[in-house]
Design a protein around this ligand. Structure first.
Ligand SMILES: NC(=O)c1ccc[n+]([C@@H]2O[C@H](COP(=O)([O-])OP(=O)(O)OC[C@H]3O[C@@H](n4cnc5c(N)ncnc54)[C@H](O)[C@@H]3O)[C@@H](O)[C@H]2O)c1
Length: 345
């Protein structure tokens, strides 16, 4: 049975490529649009090897005016859109704020214009826990007000959610939307044919851990062990990228089968358990048998002591259940690190 055709923006990126696999394995057809600014069409080979299905990528910068014409040509028969395409480096967004506002906001506006013109029934937006800003309330619940956030990147996500809310106040009631607020995605597909391949040096803990284990970094610098947490290091909510991917499929099915009553919903996507930096390091050591060198440095500006999700809503409404633990995340991230270093040598 035809489940529907989904336009995936940013389908050649990290989370996009894993979601394409989950969509194909759940019977959807997929078309990708990606400018390749931070992605590579080589992931389409991995997707083919995993699923046996060909996916086409249309190379196009969605923040340009002419992209809307390209979208019209390729998206006339799509049932849903998942909008991953964005720049995502917090640090770079401080240096290049206009680039981030133009890329992330203009792309969203173009995509929403397409949704309106083509009467697309379901729209999923890649949001982030950064929308909660410097909150003191934990675990964070979807109904919390957004607090100030410390980067242009975070503000593009807050503004995007506002733009989507304004748009869905007035657009056709037949069209539904979901914002998925990701916590800390990590790991790779367990075929190790796709995974995260950052072009710039990563600032996230899991790739820093795997690069250290591979010998590309001398040691891990832990930014502060004097936070008010159980071992003094920062706490985050790590979610396996395939668990994250599956939530997109569930959100689309929920909208396309008419089960979503509100026009716009937001769901947190975290496991709901915080893991400290030290606990993450120990989880890697236990899962792989590799000892990691680390030292304790000063705090890093802008880091929150802890951030983790209340994920009750996504579990009860969409029936989402994470399948992977922090040990699985570490094992898959490590296996992928070894594969990709050989692939790209
Ligand atoms: N990875 C994370 O930790 C994380 C956390 C929270 C939210 N997010 C959000 O999830 C989404 C996907 O993140 P990711 O980790 O897969 O990033 P990624 O950089 O691997 O993938 C994004 C893809 O979008 C493409 N792209 C960017 N701007 C584009 C444009 N103007 N036109 C067309 N294509 C464009 C890039 O080339 C890339 O392939 C982003 O919106 C990001 O902000 C990611």
């Amino acid at each position: 049975m035809r489940k529907g055709k989904i336009l995936v923006t940013g389908g050649c990126g990290y989370i996009g490529s894993h979601t394409v696999v989950d969509l194909l394995q759940n019977g959807f057809e997929v078309i990708s649009i990606d400018s390749l600014i931070n992605g590579s069409e080589s992931v389409l080979v991995g997707i083919h090897e995993i699923t046996g299905r060909e996916v086409v990528n249309i190379k196009c910068d969605l923040s340009t005016d002419h992209s809307i014409e390209i979208l019209r040509q390729h998206a006339s028969d799509v049932d849903g859109v998942i909008h991953f395409a964005a720049l995502k480096s917090v640090g770079e967004s401080v240096e290049k704020s206009l680039l981030y506002y133009k890329n992330n906001i203009k792309s969203l506006i173009n995509i929403l214009q397409l949704v309106e013109e083509m009467k697309i029934k379901a729209f999923v937006f890649s949001s982030s826990c950064t929308v909660y800003g410097e909150t003191k309330i934990l675990p964070v619940h979807e109904n919390l007000d957004f607090m100030p956030t410390n980067s242009p990147y975070g503000r593009t996500k807050q503004m995007s959610e506002q733009i989507i809310a304004d748009f869905y106040l007035k657009t056709s009631k037949e069209s539904k939307a979901v914002s998925l607020r990701y916590f800390n995605p990590a790991g790779a597909h367990n075929s190790y044919k796709i995974g995260e391949s950052p072009i710039n040096p990563p600032l996230n803990l899991v790739p820093i851990i795997t690069e250290t284990a591979y010998g590309l970094r001398e040691k891990i610098s832990i930014h502060g062990n004097d936070y008010p947490t159980r071992d003094g290091t920062c706490i985050r909510d790590y979610i396996h990228v395939m668990d994250l991917a599956n939530a997109h499929t569930l959100a689309l099915k929920h909208m396309l089968t008419g089960q979503q009553t509100n026009q716009l919903e937001a769901y947190n996507l975290g496991i709901g358990e915080g893991v400290s930096v030290l606990e993450a390091i120990y989880a890697f050591e236990e899962s792989t048998g590799i000892k990691l060198p680390y030292n304790i440095g000063p705090r890093r500006e802008g880091d929150l002591a802890a951030m983790y999700a209340d994920s009750t809503k996504v579990k009860t409404v969409l029936g989402w259940e994470p399948k992977y633990s922090i040990s699985d995340i570490m094992r898959d991230a490590w296996e992928w690190e070894k594969v990709r270093r050989k692939l790209y040598k």
